[in-house]
Ligand binder design. Structure first.
Ligand code: KG4
Ligand code: ZN
Length: 357
């Protein structure tokens, strides 16, 4: 019986230091042997956001311990590892460099292949850790740094259908939380506040709702939340604003997903299309629910990673490593850290003032 590949994944692109060991069973189903995540929330709390230098220092302090724990917990020996996959971008360069150098060092010490992984591809493949998923599929990536609709044609083959032209949706959640006085990282708290509020109390703008195809915009929303938050006096009004914000995001994602479905169908000819929602914001239960309902109506199958694999983790990085390992897509040891690394390299840059849709 042929030995199944064992992959070590390493992630350090932002404020999570993570390591994971995965393999697969006889049927080719991925198995997570360990998945260790150390969050830096306490390091950044007093600054209200991620401070790159502090994040990098914390990665340096923890990366070896986290990786050792991932190996110990998995029950394998260091020498059993067949390849090392580490995030090489996009992200904060000082943070990326830590995990990347560490991964390369282990690869050269063990004399095993090194695989540089695009963090966004990690999110894109994260549902494969618990669902059988063949290409092509439609992906909505909603995280703290990215908001994109992508047609995933194959490993490393992406066609961007739409993107945010300003803030990422997770960023909008975090900024709204900050304006409501919720401690960093506030995004997940908005969901909890929203449950206690009236979603129709405040009318917030939905930029480019009626134009721009499935491109999205959230910056105007933040300005509106800022104005209202200055007039708010009671806790109930905070809940109402959170609920109104959550509803507005749902309406934007619903409308834009419908458009993305049509665009996806134009370039793919499947019997049953699959819609994958991944990234930190995909942990939002209400967003999952409304997109699931939309899929039922539109004959798409909705697939989400488990909630604990929506945020940044190293199992998803190892997942990309596993697929690349099987195709012998290895990287050189001088592979650079890339702060910007779009999945669709042909997509035009659509951000900032003067963007035309
Ligand atoms: O994918 P992720 O862990 O990191 C990036 O690659 O950006 O996503 C983090 C983002 C943060 O903006 C966080 O506020 C948001 O995901 N997030 C949520 C929820 N859980 C995490 N946003 C809304 N509702 C949630 N339940
Ligand atoms: Zn991420």
């Amino acid at each position: 019986m042929k030995k199944k590949p064992i992959i070590l994944g390493i992630e350090s692109s932002c404020d999570e230091t993570a390591a994971s060991i995965i393999t697969e069973n006889e049927q080719g189903k991925p198995i997570i042997l360990s998945n260790i995540i150390s969050s830096q929330v306490d390091v950044h709390k007093e600054f209200g956001g991620v401070v790159p230098e502090l994040a990098a220092r914390s990665h340096i302090e923890k990366i070896d311990l986290i990786t050792k724990k991932a190996i110990d917990d998995s029950g394998i020996k260091m020498n059993d590892i067949d390849a090392i996959a580490a995030t090489a971008g996009p992200g904060l360069i000082v943070c990326l460099s830590v995990g990347l150098s560490f991964g390369k060092t282990i690869a050269s010490l063990l004399n095993k292949p090194f695989i540089a992984v695009n963090h966004l591809e990690g999110h894109a493949l994260s549902p494969k850790l618990n669902s059988k998923l063949d290409y092509p599929y439609l992906l909505l990536l909603i995280s703290g740094g990215h908001t994109q609709f992508l047609s995933v044609q194959g490993l490393g083959e992406y066609k961007r259908l739409g993107t945010t032209i300003d803030d990422a949706v997770g960023e909008a959640f975090d900024k709204t939380a900050k304006l409501l006085g919720i401690e960093f990282p506030g995004g997940p708290q908005i969901e909890i506040y929203a449950k206690k509020g009236d979603p129709y109390k405040y009318e917030l703008p939905k930029p480019i709702f009626h134009k721009g195809g499935c491109n999205l915009s959230f910056a105007g929303l933040k300005t509106a939340v800022l104005k209202i938050s200055k007039q708010i006096k009671t806790k109930q009004e905070k809940y109402d604003l959170a609920a109104s914000f959550q509803r507005t995001i749902e309406e934007i994602l619903l409308k834009k997903s419908k458009i993305a479905f049509k665009e996806f169908e134009k370039i793919n000819n499947n019997n049953k299309n699959k819609f994958i929602v991944a990234g930190g914001v995909a942990a939002n239960k209400k967003i999952r629910k409304i997109l699931e309902n939309l899929c039922e109506k539109e004959n798409f199958e909705a697939i989400f990673p488990p909630v604990d694999l929506c945020g940044d983790n190293a199992a998803m990085i190892a997942m990309v490593g596993l697929e690349k390992f099987k195709l012998k897509q290895f990287s050189e040891l001088d592979h650079p850290a890339k702060p910007r690394w779009p999945l669709d390299k042909d997509a035009i840059f659509l951000k900032g003032a003067g963007v035309r849709l």
